[in-house]
Ligand binder design. Structure first.
Ligand SMILES: *Cc1c(COP(=O)(O)O)cnc(C)c1O
Length: 420
């Protein structure tokens, strides 16, 4: 591999060598003054692919043509619509097809899975989570603890970075788990922290949680479609994610959940039930007595929100074609190149708080500014960059391997360099 340099020719050549380059053509980029923006916000809302409109039109047509008969007559029958996601999702998160399901939205799934895996008893009631987790996760965990009558300040143990640091030391997570011991009910962490972009060692955290006799779950909002995952082999108990970030499935799109088969295939595992989680054979007998279907699908409550799943389907087709392995390979190089260019910038004062080690991050770099952060962010926007601003002083950029290229990184660098 050639070493990075700051020439345009370098970026251009890298793009020509990139086997994933054709995927970019399939995405719709927002425009600024008639040209594509530098879109580095795929960690917040991924772009639309051209397949979405086609599939959406097909569903509208089938609804018009068949009415209720569409449940069985539609080109992708709505009765079993959700089933087509098991294969592609299982490849993305490293699971058995029965261990994953596309349903609801992320925070809803977090609550539903906590109903199954946070069941305080026998003095086990504590939850370990990261300090500064995404607010929705904080609210969910806080209210789950309250629901069982606990004071969240006592029940929730937050792991923070050490004094003066931005990222959390893995050994601090492990030692907190060991210290909580027999009081620990659940470890619930992000796979990748939304603010710093830190990727956690999910296998090690899971092993430590299990050793302490607790369950372990992950919010994979910023990990899914971004970094390789092996949820089954890591022995994770449960996980959930949204699909509108790296999975490009559109605003508010159907989310996903993973339940390890040892729980999913155990009828004794408690789940809040609805008819769609019932065995398919007896679902329409409309009788008393919930019989859970096999695996994660038994956590479904309602029939599939088809229109909210169409873009997900278009997107997962592209993930199957591109493969996580190839995306990750490009991602490591693309992010390292972006980091190299950022380090060439001398006149602006910022720190990259995302871990420099590729094994501890995905496609995101978080730039912590001293004072002029907001001003720099606005200047970027005026120059056709779509990035993300997080209070108090962070600009997050995400060079997404599915549709961003080396030239985007180069353009970003040139724009940043021009800001005085
Ligand atoms: C994006 C994100 C959410 C958003 O939750 P929704 O229920 O999809 O609105 C929640 N948690 C994390 C960690 C996120 O990154």
């Amino acid at each position: 591999m050639t070493a990075f340099n700051t020439s345009f020719e370098f970026a251009h050549t890298q793009d020509q060598l990139d086997i994933l380059h054709p995927f970019r053509e399939r995405f719709l980029f927002p425009q600024h003054n008639g040209v594509n923006t530098v879109y580095f916000c795929g960690n917040s809302l991924g772009l639309q692919s051209s397949g979405v409109k086609f599939l959406m039109d097909a569903e509208l047509e089938d609804w018009g043509k068949y009415g209720v008969e569409g449940h069985f007559q539609a080109r992708s029958p709505w009765f079993s619509y959700h089933q087509q996601f098991s294969g592609p999702l299982s490849r993305i998160v490293g699971a058995q097809p029965d261990e994953v399901v596309a349903m609801n939205t992320l925070t809803v799934n977090l609550h539903l899975l906590m109903m199954s895996f946070y069941r305080p008893q026998n003095g086990r009631y504590k939850i370990i989570m990261e300090a500064g987790a995404f607010p929705s996760d904080q609210y969910a965990i806080d209210t789950q603890a309250r629901m069982y009558g606990f004071d969240p300040n006592d029940a929730i143990i937050e792991i923070s970075p050490r004094e003066g640091a931005h990222i959390i030391e893995e050994e601090d997570i492990i030692s907190a788990i060991e210290a909580a011991g027999t009081e620990l009910a659940l470890v619930l962490f992000g796979g990748v922290n939304y603010y710093t972009g830190q990727l956690f060692d999910m296998q090690a955290i899971t092993a430590a949680a299990h050793k302490a006799g607790a369950y372990c779950g992950f919010d994979l909002a910023h990990a899914v479609g971004n970094v390789p995952l092996s949820l089954h082999d890591w022995d994770v108990d449960f996980a959930c994610w949204c699909s509108y970030k790296y999975l490009n499935s559109g605003p508010g799109a159907v989310a996903g959940a993973f339940v390890h088969e040892r729980h999913g295939n155990n009828p004794e595992t408690f789940r809040l039930a609805g008819w769609w989680g019932n065995e398919e054979k007896t679902r329409f007998q409309m009788k008393k007595g919930f019989m859970p279907a096999k695996g994660a699908a038994s956590w479904q409550m309602s029939n599939a929100p088809v229109f909210n799943m169409v873009a997900h389907r278009a997107s997962l087709d592209l993930f199957d074609k591109a493969t996580i392995a190839a995306l990750r390979e490009k991602s490591i190089r693309l992010t390292a190149y972006m980091e190299f260019l950022l380090r060439e910038i001398q006149h602006l004062s910022f720190t990259i708080i995302t871990p420099p080690d590729p094994a501890r991050r995905g496609a995101q770099l978080s730039l912590l500014f001293d004072e002029r952060g907001r001003e720099v962010f606005e200047a970027l926007t005026e120059n056709g960059v779509i990035a993300d601003w997080r209070e108090p002083n962070v600009i997050r950029i995400a060079p997404v391997p599915m549709y961003n290229n080396f030239e985007d990184c180069y353009r970003f660098y040139k724009i940043l360099e021009s800001i005085q």
